[in-house]
Ligand binder design. Structure first.
Ligand SMILES: [Zn+2]
Length: 303
């Protein structure tokens, strides 16, 4: 046996990691007979196969060797897995997708790596996915739910996630058990969430294989620029243009708030750049328990 093998001896013998010694022996006997050099008229291919089958049997029939082999495989699998830690947003930037209508180029990246675990019979966790999601400012400020569509690996419907259709490889997923599909998720945006905050949504990443758990979906919130409002921490700032007459004489004015309209009193002799603060009409804070202020900044129309 080579010091370190990447061969899947279980697959070679057509058994799984749970198959007991007696059944492994039975399988080996059938295969050994089939590929024995004596029954194959000296065929080189059969001879090579016979050697590999014997090598597999030598390891899997020996409790000690089998254990060492399993350990090595588990280790190799672990070290080849994608890191489960939080993604590094600065270095992983190219991997980002955007919500529909935006820049979609990032969608390809999370799937560039095919789900090809060392042992196709072992449970494998799904991929973690990370995207930037553009969220309208009022939703970021006050919370809400937005539909988000992205692509991920899901269980293949054609073969019911087995990878095979009858005796042959499933043509839909080509044996991978998983296929890439667009999915739409209702994403809850917490009220007053900070711009650039990353939501970790468990189990909404790629599907796992052989009963492995799905990955995590990481969504980094990007506040969409708003025509009227700007957010500074928990305050919302709005520039309002008034006529020079209203600025001089003062009077009532209807202005938009994040979720309604309100009437304000413009003071007499209002100057350009003067501010009016409306308490409690800003962005949510303390996860929705309080709100910041709405600040109206006056600008005056030229006559
Ligand atoms: Zn399939």
């Amino acid at each position: 046996m080579p010091q370190s093998t990447t061969r899947n001896y279980y697959k070679i013998l057509g058994v799984t990691q749970k198959t007991n010694k007696a059944d492994i022996k039975k399988k080996y006997r059938v295969l050994a007979k089939q590929y024995h050099p004596d029954t194959n008229l000296g065929s080189k291919a059969a001879e090579d196969k016979f050697k590999i089958i014997s090598e597999a049997y030598e390891i899997l029939s020996d409790t000690k060797k089998r254990k060492a082999y399993d350990r090595e495989r588990a280790y190799r699998k672990k070290s080849s897995r994608r890191p489960k830690s939080r993604p590094d947003w600065n270095t992983a930037r190219d991997g980002f997708g955007r919500e529909p209508g935006g820049d979609k180029q990032g969608f390809e990246e999370p799937f560039a790596q095919e789900p090809e675990p060392v042992d196709p019979d072992m449970p494998a966790s799904g991929f973690d996915l990370q995207f930037i999601v553009d969220v309208p400012l009022p939703v970021v400020a006050l919370g809400g739910t937005i539909p988000y569509t992205y692509e991920k690996y899901v269980r293949c419907e054609e073969c019911d996630g087995t990878g095979t259709c009858g005796d042959s490889e499933c043509p839909e997923c080509r044996g991978k058990q998983l296929v890439v599909r667009p999915v739409t998720l209702d994403v809850k945006i917490p009220p007053g969430v900070a711009d650039q905050y990353t939501l970790a949504i468990l189990k909404e990443g790629g599907a796992g294989r052989n009963g492995g758990p799905p990955g995590t979906l990481y969504l980094k919130i990007h506040t969409q620029p708003h025509l009227k409002f700007k957010r500074v921490k928990n305050d919302i700032i709005q520039e309002v243009i008034i006529s020079s007459r209203l600025a001089e004489e003062g009077g009532h004015l209807e202005v938009k708030t994040l979720n309604a309209t309100t009437t304000i009193q413009v003071e007499k002799a209002t100057l350009v750049g003067e501010e009016l603060r409306i308490p409690g009409e800003g962005a949510a804070m303390s996860w929705g328990k309080k709100r910041g202020d709405l600040i109206i900044k006056f600008n005056i129309e030229d006559d």
